[in-house]
Design a protein around this ligand. Structure first.
Ligand code: CP
Length: 305
């Protein structure tokens, strides 16, 4: 891979190869990620974040360190971006210092692809989430988690995405990956005004009745309400949202008995999921987080190794 910008259009063998590589990085028997410090020894990697992050930034940092890279951290809020320096100039200045790999999070749709057009041939960019568009390593870690829970054949799986799909780069990315991997059925449930009105949901079963749609589902992907991307009044109240689209233990019993619950984080506890579900036996949420390190090791190796 030259860059990792999106999972849209990524050929199935490439996607599955990244998942295989991530699984190889992950020692599931003892729940930690294997060190391969020779792979990126002497290579400088910068996490360039123009939006907040806990999971993506930390796990990319750990992944790059485990591959032996020199890791720099750029935080827009304490940088010369505050004085008006553009993102392109910021990137080119860090590139001039010898950084070869940039892990970029940006509030604008398509920003990472735009920046990729400005860099030297030897510089590689990894999209750590841009606007509502894409979050490819989140999609990969979600697919790795499903594979670990349900096996590599997705053709019989009923997967349901619930909540604020409209503002979710995670949902868009997961939809690309689920289609590529041949998921049997994809259901999408949420309030009508939080579902996209373009072709994002083509081929999905779409509705707003969670109690009906959850029947027999194997994988539940709960999404965060993205208040920071919403206009006022889009959600009537958090209590009203939770009553119709929140996942509690009673609702979860309607899904398949071995259904798994996923959430990309950060969780609005008591809104998208109850504590009982988030911390319960069917929750794979922290395994998603653990898989983030392995997936990001695989992604960094694929573009820089
Ligand atoms: N899932 C995810 O992208 O989390 P962060 O915003 O904390 O990185």
């Amino acid at each position: 891979l030259r860059h990792l910008l999106t999972l849209e259009g990524m050929p199935r063998p490439v996607l599955e190869g990244l998942l295989d590589q991530a699984q190889a990085c992950h020692d599931s028997a003892i729940g930690r990620t294997t060190d391969r410090r020779e792979v990126l020894a002497g290579t400088a990697v910068c996490t360039l974040f123009f939006e907040p992050s806990t999971r993506t930034r930390s796990s990319f940092t750990l992944a790059a360190q485990r591959l032996g890279a020199d890791v720099m951290s750029f935080d827009a809020s304490t940088s010369s971006a505050k004085k008006g320096e553009t993102d392109t100039d910021t990137l080119r200045n860090l590139e001039a210092m010898g950084v070869r790999g940039f892990v970029i999070r940006h509030p604008d749709d398509g920003a990472v692809a735009r920046l990729a057009a400005t860099v030297k041939p030897e510089t590689c960019l990894l999209n750590a989430g841009d606007g509502r568009s894409g979050h490819p390593t989140q999609g990969l870690l979600d697919m790795l988690t499903i594979r670990q829970a349900k096996g590599t054949d997705f053709s019989a799986l009923k997967v349901m995405i619930v909540g604020d799909v409209k503002h979710s780069r995670v949902a868009r990315t997961d939809l690309h990956a689920l289609r590529t991997l041949g998921a049997g059925e994809i259901r999408v449930c949420g309030p009508a005004n939080l579902l996209p009105d373009d072709d994002t949901l083509a081929g999905c079963t779409v509705g707003d009745d969670l109690d009906a749609m959850i029947e027999g589902v194997d994988v539940l992907m709960m999404l965060r309400l993205q208040h920071e991307r919403m206009s006022e009044g889009l959600v009537p109240s958090l209590e009203a949202y939770h009553a119709r689209w929140g996942l509690n233990a009673e609702r979860l019993r309607r899904a398949a008995p071995d259904a798994i619950v996923m959430h990309p984080g950060p969780i609005n506890r008591g809104v998208e999921v109850t504590d009982e579900v988030a911390d319960g036996p069917q929750s794979w949420i922290l395994r998603q987080v653990a898989n983030g390190v392995a997936v990001r090791m695989a992604a960094l190796q694929a573009v820089l190794g």
